[in-house]
Design a protein around this ligand. Structure first.
Ligand SMILES: *[C@@H]1O[C@H](CO)[C@@H](O)[C@H](O)[C@H]1NC(C)=O
Ligand SMILES: *[C@@H]1O[C@H](CO)[C@@H](O)[C@H](O)[C@H]1NC(C)=O
Ligand SMILES: *[C@@H]1O[C@H](CO)[C@@H](O)[C@H](O)[C@H]1NC(C)=O
Ligand SMILES: *[C@@H]1O[C@H](CO)[C@@H](O)[C@H](O)[C@H]1NC(C)=O
Ligand SMILES: *[C@@H]1O[C@H](CO)[C@@H](O)[C@H](O)[C@H]1NC(C)=O
Ligand SMILES: *[C@@H]1O[C@H](CO)[C@@H](O)[C@H](O)[C@H]1NC(C)=O
Ligand SMILES: *[C@@H]1O[C@H](CO)[C@@H](O)[C@H](O)[C@H]1NC(C)=O
Ligand SMILES: *[C@@H]1O[C@H](CO)[C@@H](O)[C@H](O)[C@H]1NC(C)=O
Ligand SMILES: *[C@@H]1O[C@H](CO)[C@@H](O)[C@H](O)[C@H]1NC(C)=O
Ligand SMILES: *[C@@H]1O[C@H](CO)[C@@H](O)[C@H](O)[C@H]1NC(C)=O
Ligand SMILES: *[C@@H]1O[C@H](CO)[C@@H](O)[C@H](O)[C@H]1NC(C)=O
Ligand SMILES: *[C@@H]1O[C@H](CO)[C@@H](O)[C@H](O)[C@H]1NC(C)=O
Length: 716
C-alpha cells in the first residue's frame, strides 16, 4: 500500500513541476508589484514569497481548482502607486480584474493585452485603449476615470463577446464612435456617457440585435438619428440627452416593440413625425426637454392610454390644447401618468376638469404657455399630486377651490396669471405639506389671512405684486419651516421629480429661476402690494430666512429692533415704504447680508456700522430718506466717539435752545410735551420722535457751522 502511495505521488509530482512553476511565477509577479508600491494597507500583508505555496489563501485573489489566479480584485483598498510593475503576462488564467477606488494612479500598462482569458475588466484607471482590442474573451467592461484619454479604437470591434460596455464619465475620450462597434454583436448595454464623443452615431449600431440599453448622454454627438435604431426587438432604453443631434426624431423608434425609455432632451431636434409615437405602446418615460420641436401636442401622445408614466416636452414650440378636436381630453385616460412637464411652449386653451381625477399624477408643470380660463372645480383631488405649476399663463377666476382637497401638495405656483379675489383662509389648513407657495403677479386683493402663517413647512412665500391691503399678520409661531436653517431639501425628500421643479423668484434684485433641489432657500416676498401698518416684530423669529422683500408697500413705524436675529439673511429690501425712526443697531449682526435696500422711506439717524455693512457701499440703498447719516453717506456731524457726539449734541442743543427759546420755545415745548404723552399710538410716537430728531439734526448742523466759523474767524 505504501509503495502504491509513493508511485502515485511521483506520478502526480511530474505535472506539478510545470504547474507549480506557473503558480510560483504568479506569486512572484504579485510580490514584485507589491514591492513597487509606495504604500499598501495591511490587507496585503499575506503577500509574501514565504507564503507562495499557499498563494490561493492570499487576500484579493481567487484561484481555480488547479491553483491559478483567476481573479484579482482591489475594491476600496488603500494603496498608493501604479500598475507599471505588474507583469500581466504571468496571469494567463486571469478571468476578472477589478480595480476600483483603491488610490492607484497612472495608466494600465500595455501588457494588459496579455490577459487572453480575461472575461471581465472593471477599472477606474487609464488603460491604453488600443490594447483593449486584444482582450478578445472579454464579456464585460467598465472603465471609469476622470482622465481617460484617447479615442475608442476600431479594434474594439474584436470584442465580439462583450455584453455590457460601460465607459462613462471619461472627460477626455474624444473623436467618434467607430463603426466597428457594429461587430460586437453580443452587446446588450452601451454606456458612453459624459465623454467628448463627436461625429455621428454609426449606423452599424443597428446590427446590435441584442442591444437593450444605449446611454450616450452628455457628449457632442450630432447629425440625424438613423431610422433603424429602433429595429432591435430588445431595445428598452435610449438616452441621448445633452448632445447636438438634429433633424426629425426617427418615426420608427418604436418598431422593435420594447422601447420603454427615451431621453432626448437638450438636443436640436426640430420635429417629431406625427406617427412616431402611435406604435409606442410600451413607452413609459419620454423626455424631449429643450429642443426646437415644432409639433402639435397631440402628436406626441400615442392613442393607446397604455403605460405612459412621464413625458417632458418643456421648452419647445409645441402648439395645441389639452383637448382634441372632438372636445375630449386625451390626457386624462392615461391613468399611469405621474409626471407631465409641458412648460415653456405655445399651448393654449383651458385645463380640463378630468385632470383632477388622474390618480397617479404627481407633477404637472404647464407654466409659461397661453393657457386660460378658470381652473375647473372638483370635489376631489388625488392623493398623489405634489407639484402643481401653472405660472405665467392667463388663468382667471378666484384661487382654485379644487385645491382644497390637495392634502399632499408640496409646491404650488400660480404666479403671473390673472387670478383675483381673496387669498382663502383655508390654504394653510388644507395644504399642510406645502413648502413653496407663489402667487405673485396676479390680482389678488383684500387682506392677507392671518392663517397664512400657519403653514408648518413653508419655506418660500411669494405674494408679491398683487393688490393686497391691510397689515402683515403678526403671529409667526407656527411657521416653523422658516424658523430654522433649511437643510438641503433633496436629503429630506428623496423624490426624483424635485430636480425638475423650477420656480421663478426675485432674489437679490435678480429674476432667478430657482430649482427646488438646491432648496436650502427660505424667504418671504410681499413686495408691490398695498400693505400698511408696522412690520410685525415677530418676523425676527424667522431665523431661517435668507431673503425678505417688503418693498413698495405702505408700511410705517419703525424697523423691528431685533432684525439682526435673522442671521442668515442675505437680501433685505424695505425700500419704498413709510418706515421711520432709526435703523436698528442689530442690523450689524447680519453677517451674510449682501443686498440691502432702505431707500425711499422716512428713516433717520446714524446708519449702523459692521464688517458686512461696510461692504455695501452703494449710497442709493439709503437714498431718499430725510435724515440718514454715516457710512456710506456723509458723516454724522463729526466723526468723534459716540459719547463725545452725544455730549456735543447736548451742548449744541443748549445753544439752540438759548437762541430759540424766547421766540418759539414756549409754544413748541408745550406742544412737544402733550404731543408725546397724549399719543397712545406707538407708530405715531415713533414718527414724532423721528421728526424731532430731524429738526434737531438740521438745527444743530446750522449751529455747528456757525460756531466753527466763529472759531475760524477768531484764530485769524
Ligand atoms: C503568511 O500568511 C499568513 C496569513 O495567511 C500571515 O499571517 C503570515 O504573516 C504570512 N507569512 C509571511 C512570512 O508573511
Ligand atoms: C490611506 O493610507 C494613507 C497613508 O498610508 C493614509 O494617510 C490615509 O489616511 C489612508 N486612507 C484611508 C481612507 O484609510
Ligand atoms: C495586441 O494585438 C495586436 C494585433 O492586434 C498585436 O500586434 C499586439 O502584439 C498585441 N498585444 C499584446 C500585448 O498581446
Ligand atoms: C467589422 O465589421 C465590418 C463590417 O461592418 C467588417 O468589414 C470588418 O472586417 C469587421 N472588423 C473587424 C475588426 O472584425
Ligand atoms: C429595420 O426595420 C425595418 C422595418 O421595421 C426594415 O425595413 C429594415 O430593413 C430594418 N433594418 C435593418 C438594418 O434591420
Ligand atoms: C451642432 O449642430 C449644428 C448643425 O446641426 C452645427 O451648426 C453646430 O456647430 C453644432 N454645434 C456643436 C457644438 O457641435
Ligand atoms: C380616452 O377617453 C375618451 C373619453 O374620455 C375616449 O373616447 C377614448 O376612446 C379614450 N381613449 C382610449 C385610448 O381609451
Ligand atoms: C418662457 O418661454 C419662452 C419661449 O416660449 C422662453 O424664451 C422663456 O425663457 C421662458 N421663460 C421662462 C421663465 O422659463
Ligand atoms: C384680468 O382679468 C380682468 C377681469 O377679472 C380683466 O378685466 C383683465 O383684462 C384681465 N387682464 C389680463 C391681462 O388678462
Ligand atoms: C398653531 O398650530 C396649532 C396646531 O395646529 C394650533 O392649534 C394653533 O392655533 C396654531 N397657532 C396659531 C397662532 O395659529
Ligand atoms: C423686491 O421686489 C421688487 C418687486 O416687487 C423688486 O423690484 C426688487 O428687486 C426686489 N428686491 C430684491 C432685493 O430682490
Ligand atoms: C433700491 O430700491 C430702489 C427702489 O425700489 C431702486 O430704485 C434702487 O435701484 C434700489 N437700489 C439698489 C442698489 O438695488
Amino acid at each position: 500500500m505504501k509503495h502504491l502511495h509513493l508511485v502515485g505521488l511521483l506520478l502526480l509530482s511530474f505535472p506539478c513541476l510545470l504547474l507549480c512553476a506557473g503558480i510560483r511565477r504568479e506569486a512572484e509577479a504579485l510580490v514584485k508589484w507589491k514591492a513597487s508600491l509606495a504604500s499598501a494597507d495591511e490587507s496585503l500583508e499575506p503577500w509574501s514569497l514565504a507564503n507562495s505555496t499557499s498563494l490561493c489563501t492570499w487576500t484579493h485573489i481567487t484561484c481555480d481548482l488547479a491553483g491559478h489566479i483567476t481573479k484579482l480584485e482591489f475594491d476600496l483598498t488603500n494603496l498608493s502607486g501604479t500598475l507599471d510593475e505588474l507583469d500581466f503576462s504571468a496571469f494567463p488564467h486571469m478571468e476578472e480584474l477589478i480595480m476600483f477606488g483603491n488610490g492607484l494612479h497612472g495608466t494600465v500598462p500595455a501588457g494588459i493585452g496579455n490577459l487572453m482569458s480575461l472575461v471581465e475588466l472593471h477599472i477606474s484607471l487609464n488603460p491604453y485603449l488600443t490594447e483593449i482590442g486584444n482582450l478578445t474573451s472579454l464579456e464585460a467592461l467598465t472603465i471609469t476615470s476622470v482622465t481617460l484619454t484617447g479615442s475608442i479604437p476600431p479594434t474594439i470591434g474584436m470584442l465580439t463577446k462583450l455584453r455590457p460596455m460601460m465607459v462613462d464619465w471619461n472627460t477626455q475620450v474624444g473623436e467618434g464612435i467607430p463603426m466597428e462597434i457594429g461587430n460586437m454583436t453580443e452587446l446588450n448595454t452601451i454606456y458612453l456617457r459624459g465623454n467628448y464623443l463627436e461625429g455621428h452615431l454609426p449606423g452599424t449600431i443597428s446590427h446590435l440585435v441584442k442591444l437593450q440599453e444605449l446611454y450616450l448622454s452628455e457628449n457632442q454627438l450630432g447629425g440625424h438619428i438613423f431610422p433603424e435604431l429602433g429595429n432591435s426587438s430588445l431595445l428598452d432604453t435610449v438616452k441621448i440627452a445633452e448632445n447636438n443631434f438634429s433633424g426629425l426624431f426617427p418615426s420608427s423608434i418604436c418598431v422593435g416593440g420594447a422601447l420603454r425609455v427615451v431621453d432626448a432632451g437638450y438636443n436640436g431636434f426640430i420635429g417629431i413625425h406625427h406617427l412616431t409615437f402611435q406604435h409606442c405602446t410600451t413607452l413609459q418615460y419620454v423626455d424631449f426637454t429643450a429642443n426646437n420641436i415644432v409639433a402639435e401636442l397631440r402628436d406626441c401622445f400615442t392613442e393607446h392610454p397604455g403605460s405612459l408614466v412621464s413625458m417632458a416636452f418643456s421648452q419647445n414650440q409645441m402648439s395645441g390644447t389639452l383637448l382634441t378636436d372632438r372636445g375630449e381630453d386625451f390626457l386624462c385616460n392615461r391613468t399611469s401618468l405621474n409626471f407631465l412637464d409641458l412648460s415653456s411652449n405655445a399651448l393654449h386653451g383651458g385645463l380640463p376638469k378630468c385632470f383632477w381625477d388622474m390618480q397617479n399624477l404627481r407633477f404637472m408643470d404647464l407654466s409659461n404657455n397661453s393657457f386660460s380660463g378658470v381652473v375647473p372645480f372638483s370635489m376631489t383631488c388625488q392623493d398623489n399630486l405634489r407639484y402643481l405649476l401653472l405660472a405665467s399663463n392667463q388663468f382667471t377666476g378666484t384661487f382654485p377651490l379644487g385645491l382644497k382637497k390637495c392634502k399632499t401638495l408640496f409646491a404650488l405656483d400660480l404666479g403671473g396669471n390673472n387670478f383675483s379675489g381673496r387669498i382663502p383662509s383655508w390654504v394653510s389648513m388644507s395644504l399642510p405639506e406645502l413648502n413653496f407657495l407663489r402667487l405673485s403677479s396676479n390680482m389678488f386683493d383684500g387682506i392677507i389671512p392671518h392663517e397664512i402663517f400657519q403653514f408648518q413647512q413653508l419655506r418660500v412665500l411669494d405674494l408679491s405684486k398683487n393688490k393686497l391691503t391691510g397689515p402683515i399678520p403678526d403671529d409667526f409661531t407656527n411657521l416653523t419651516g422658516m424658523a430654522q436653517e433649511q437643510k438641503n431639501i433633496a436629503f429630506i425628500y428623496p423624490d426624483r421629480y424635485l430636480f425638475r421643479v423650477r420656480i421663478q423668484i426675485i432674489w437679490k434684485n435678480v429674476d432667478y429661476v430657482y430649482y427646488l433641489l438646491i432648496a436650502s432657500m427660505a424667504g418671504i416676498d410681499l413686495s408691490g402690494n398695498y400693505l400698511s401698518q408696522e412690520i410685525p416684530k415677530g418676523i425676527t423669529a424667522l431665523i431661517g430666512l435668507r431673503y425678505l422683500n417688503l418693498s413698495g408697500n405702505h408700511l410705517s413705524g419703525c424697523i423691528p429692533e431685533d432684525i439682526g436675529n435673522i442671521v442668515l439673511l442675505e437680501s433685505l429690501d424695505l425700500s419704498r415704504n413709510q418706515l421711520s425712526g432709526k435703523i436698528p443697531q442689530s442690523l450689524a449682526a447680519l453677517k451674510s447680508i449682501s443686498v440691502l435696500n432702505f431707500s425711499s422711506n422716512r428713516l433717520s439717524g446714524r446708519i449702523p456700522t459692521g464688517d458686512q455693512l461696510r461692504t455695501l457701499t452703494n449710497r442709493s440703498i439709503y437714498s431718499n430718506n430725510p435724515g440718514l447719516c454715516g457710512f456710506p453717506l456723509e458723516d454724522c456731524i463729526n466723526s468723534s466717539t459716540p459719547a463725545q457726539t452725544e455730549k456735543s449734541l447736548d451742548e449744541d442743543r443748549e445753544a439752540l435752545w438759548s437762541y430759540c427759546f424766547v421766540a418759539a420755545g414756549f409754544i413748541f415745548g408745550f406742544w412737544l410735551y402733550w404731543g408725546i404723552f397724549l399719543s397712545r399710538s406707538e407708530t405715531w410716537r415713533c414718527a414724532f420722535y423721528q421728526y424731532v430728531d430731524n429738526m434737531q439734526g438740521k438745527v444743530t448742523k446750522k449751529v455747528y457751522s456757525c460756531i466753527s466759523r466763529f472759531w475760524a474767524g477768531g484764530s485769524e
